[in-house]
Design a protein around this ligand. Structure first.
Ligand SMILES: Nc1nc2c(c(=O)[nH]1)N=C([C@H](O)[C@H](O)COP(=O)(O)OP(=O)(O)OP(=O)(O)O)CN2
Length: 283
């Protein structure tokens, strides 16, 4: 018996529904360990296959989806053929409703989404992609250790040709701000706090704004290559953009907003999108 490992094989960027926090954007790193006997090549599984097949299997399960703890009493799920609808009801934010092609909303039969409750689902899925000499695959899911400010956001990029078109996928993202070249942890923390668990809305995607039972809601929707997506969410969980919400435009927006308060300073923003990638903007 031998064991093979790959650390940080991939990063899953997704959002999940939480009865306490609402819609939460996350980025979790994934380590894998494969136990098995050696094949005719003297390997448990070629690293090339691990990096391609296992990464692809993980990405196709959770990455860029809305993950739903389907056993939670606060959740209702309905399937209409290829379309899935989910509703989260909480006393603090009222109703959150999402409708999307089924692949974009992933029900997990648990009460709450955590790295350990998702782990079992990912491991079960991976059993079908490894060869017979592999006895078990285990994964470790965990958030990046971040020293500076960070925020969790969700969004959808309707013009993206891949899975980023999904209306409720998200990221956990560090933020760095500099004023005249000097790091300002204070400004970064201020924006990270303002955007904690935020949904970034592109104003052109708004279909309706309405009030119901004391809550003010925003309904967004669009047709994208994978199908029709719609999200209704409490307005106080939203931040509004006049543009799309690519990370380049997020960095630009933050730099311009901070510049309004510091007009005589050069403002530089490093906005991350999940793990170790992002955009830099200066105003
Ligand atoms: N230049 C940009 N490219 C992309 C942006 C962007 O804002 N600017 N955004 C996205 C999506 O929002 C997506 O969520 C990015 O996720 P990522 O995991 O990095 O994308 P991939 O799936 O392509 O990468 P993996 O290595 O498979 O995780 C996409 N592009």
């Amino acid at each position: 018996m031998a064991s093979l490992f790959v650390e940080q094989l991939t990063v899953i960027d997704f959002s999940y529904l939480c009865p306490e926090r609402g819609l939460v954007g996350e980025s979790w790193l994934v380590d894998v360990v494969l136990d098995g006997s050696l094949n005719e090549q003297g390997m448990v599984f070629d690293f090339g296959n691990v990096k391609k097949d296992i990464k692809q299997a993980i990405d196709s399960t959770i990455d860029h989806t809305l993950v739903v703890p389907s056993k939670s009493k606060a959740i209702q799920l309905v399937d209409h053929g290829d379309i899935r609808e989910v509703m989260l009801e909480t006393s603090q934010n009222g109703i959150l409703h999402c409708q999307a092609p089924s692949a974009a909303i992933v029900p997990i039969p648990v009460d709450v989404i955590t790295p350990s409750t998702l782990k079992a689902v990912v491991e079960e899925h991976l059993k079908s992609v490894v060869p017979d000499n592999v006895d078990s695959v285990s994964v470790n899911l965990y958030p990046q250790s971040i020293q500076e400010a960070y925020y969790h956001y969700s969004h959808g990029l309707k013009k993206h040709h891949g899975d980023c078109q999904r209306i409720a996928h998200g990221h956990r993202s560090p933020l760095k701000v500099k004023l005249d070249g000097q790091t300002s942890p204070q400004l970064a923390s201020q924006w990270a706090k303002k955007w904690q668990d935020i949904y970034l809305v592109t104003e052109a995607d708004i279909l309706d704004e309405f009030e119901n039972k004391g809550f003010r809601y925003i309904k967004c929707g669009y047709q994208a290559p994978q199908g029709y997506f719609e999200l209704t969410i409490n307005k106080k969980c939203c931040y509004f953009f006049q543009t799309d919400t690519t990370v380049e435009l997020i960095a630009q927006h933050l730099a311009q907003e901070i510049k309004k308060d510091y007009p005589s300073h050069q403002v530089t923003v490093h906005a991350y999108e999940g793990y170790k990638k992002g955009a830099i903007a200066t105003a």
